[in-house]
Design a protein around this ligand. Sequence first.
Ligand code: XIL
Length: 325
Amino acid sequence: DTAARAAFSRGGIPYGAAVRTDLLDAEFDYRDAIVDHCQLVVGEGGLKWFDLRPSQEQFVFDQPDRLIDFADRHGMQMRGHTLAWYGAMPDWTKSISSAAEAERELVHHITTVVGRYRGRIQSWDVVNEAIAETPIRGAVIRDSIWQERLGARYIEIALRTAADVDPSAQLVVNDYNIENPTSQCRDRRKAMLDLLRSLRDRDVPLHGVGIQGHLPGDMEIDKEGLSRFVEELKGMQLEVLVTELDVIDDKLPASEYERDQIVAQRAGDFLAAIGEAVRPGAILTWGITDRYTWVPMWFKRSDGKPNRPLPLDAGCRPKALMKVI
Ligand code: XIL
């Protein structure tokens, strides 16, 4: 039961999904969907601070340990998500009060976590969502405990620490809202490129950029803007990964058929725009079946119908979206 079924995307790119580790032993059709379709996995949770660090003294590795065993058993690779993020922080981190303490905690965390999976987790979202929601002059990096205590240099600290601990791992910064024709997305692309240039100028180790791809279904993809952005990444020798693809369908028509067509169209446009400029290193969706998706937590439909953001429907049958990946 070792060799995973060769489940590449249409373009021959490794395909994977965010996994709810707790369901792997509970729902066999869910587990089979992951095994049948994925060449790589990432924990939807498990490696977030909130999950790993219930207290300052503790590291709880149960979930990621299980997921990596699962991945190994099925010949899949695993991505790690995530080491420095504003979100999913346990309450005790609010008491981190000085720059020195913040740096100590961040370095300790990354050393412990990356160290535990050295050589086994091939790619890390070291820094997640570092760019401000709406970057404006002087406030380009998003607020977080790390930004408040250390300023933007937390990004450099995180990347350098991860590189020291596992020199073979691919180090990625991951972000969202960069693909639409809005001024917000334009500003965010620019802020990301500025950040990447400043990291490069200081020789900070970084190998890839994750484009999350939580696509708003009611908005066109800015194909040109996205292609140009990705072209810039290529110019900096950074690999592009699609890390969290899904299509937010709260504002789309009620008809399931129509909705699935639009969802597939958006994702197709998005992947085509990226594909114009580069071949992504991986394509991952944020979940695999509509049965389990984060989308309704934030983007519930007002007609009460279930969201359909993912490649498989709630019964794990492939939808139009699967065909464009
Ligand atoms: C979400 C998970 O899907 C939820 O289950 C969790 O409660 C909150 O986080 N961008 C990210 C992911 O980088 O970590 C988020 O995952 C979704 C948005």
